[in-house]
Design a protein. Structure first.
Length: 365
């Protein structure tokens, strides 16, 4: 079996926004989601699908695949997954072992695992050693609204959808207070801050949020690589910390050695795909750190995250960016059931084949 083609596809999916305020993500208004898909074809008719992180930087990730990493895969046997990925890892060393280069490698790695599962005739989570599961608990990851009434509306919507956990992207007290008032005491609330504060400011804000009983405060400091500072926030702020969506394997060790987090959040579309995600999970387990993967995307990366979670002995939560769409190529698989859980695909590989007609309709590059 040989790889014959590595194709990158950019799709744009418009969001349905019922509220009055345009939500923000990465500090900018967000009305649609860009997704970088990677399709790997073989000469035996087996196709694998992957996803590289693409929010606002998809052109850079796409260029790495089109001009560099994709060409290295042509003619190789996809069953030699570990060797291919190791070669790609070593070749990105000269252009940076983070950012678009690793996002590109992540997409290829996920697609290769999809192929591996299809060859074996097993869903990915079982190929990774997971026990039979049919669904996984999720949490609604609300976008940033900066307005208490809007946050209350979206929090109430999340509860009606069956979620028993939700994450806010707020950095002031009023929206957090509003979400807790709506949700009551039994719903877990997390707070993602996106690195706005100094260590001392983060400690003060953690203490401000503490009465609302957040499960964790996520990425509260700038720069995010200050793991000693992050540990100080956890020690003095009274709230557990979480981080890791932008961290590579080699840096997770430093994070854990500094006791910086209670919850590690590797992102399968950034960290290097399923291969590196598994290594982070093993490393975290050795340090007694819980893993709750970052998965704020809607393509094969979200599905791959589900499979990685399902392969964990104790499982974890599936992060679902709280966006609505008229239609997506991944169909119902990216939407929660009425109980706030996600159906785990049982077909071989990722177990989900994207809708090619919708991809053609939504494709922008």
């Amino acid at each position: 079996m040989k790889i014959t083609k590595v194709e990158t596809i950019i799709i744009n999916t418009p969001m349905i926004i019922p509220g009055k305020i345009i939500p923000k993500a990465s500090g900018a208004p967000r009305t649609s989601i860009d997704t970088l898909l990677v399709r790997i074809d073989t000469d035996e008719g087996i196709t694998g699908w992957g996803e590289g992180f693409g929010h606002r930087i998809y052109n850079a990730t796409k260029a790495v695949i089109d001009t560099f990493l994709g060409q290295m895969c042509i003619g190789r046997d996809p069953r030699h997954l570990n060797k291919i990925v190791d070669d790609l890892q070593r070749n990105v060393a000269g252009v940076g072992r983070n950012g678009p280069a690793m996002y590109a490698l992540s997409a290829i790695d996920i697609a290769l695992w999809d192929i591996a599962g299809k060859i074996a005739g097993l869903p990915l989570y079982q190929l990774l050693g997971g026990s039979p599961r049919t669904e996984l608990p999720g949490y609604a990851s609300l976008l940033r609204y900066g307005d208490a009434k809007e946050v209350a509306m979206y929090a109430e919507r999340a509860l009606k959808r069956g979620y028993k956990h939700m994450k806010l992207h707020e950095i002031t007290e009023a929206p957090v207070r509003a979400a807790r008032k709506v949700s009551g005491a039994d719903v877990e609330i997390m707070i993602d801050c996106n690195c706005p504060w100094t260590v001392d400011q983060a400690i003060r804000m953690a203490r401000t949020f503490e009465p609302y009983q957040p499960k964790w405060i996520e990425e509260p400091i700038w720069p995010p690589e200050d793991y000693r500072g992050l540990a100080k926030v956890q020690d003095m702020g009274g709230v557990a910390t979480a981080a890791g969506e932008n961290v590579m394997l080699q840096d997770f060790k430093s994070m854990f050695e500094n006791d910086a987090v209670t919850y590690a959040q590797p992102s399968v579309t950034k960290v290097g795909g399923v291969t590196q995600m598994r290594k982070v999970m093993t490393l975290a387990e050795s340090f007694g750190v819980s893993v709750v993967p970052h998965s704020a995307y809607f393509g094969p990366g979200l599905i791959a995250s589900m499979h990685c979670i399902a392969a964990m002995p104790g499982g974890s939560l599936v992060e679902r960016f709280d966006c609505d769409f008229a239609a997506t190529p991944m169909g119902h698989w990216i939407n929660p059931k009425k109980n706030g859980c996600f159906e785990l695909p049982q077909g071989p590989g990722l177990g989900v084949e994207p809708d090619l007609k919708l991809i053609k309709k939504m494709r922008v590059a």
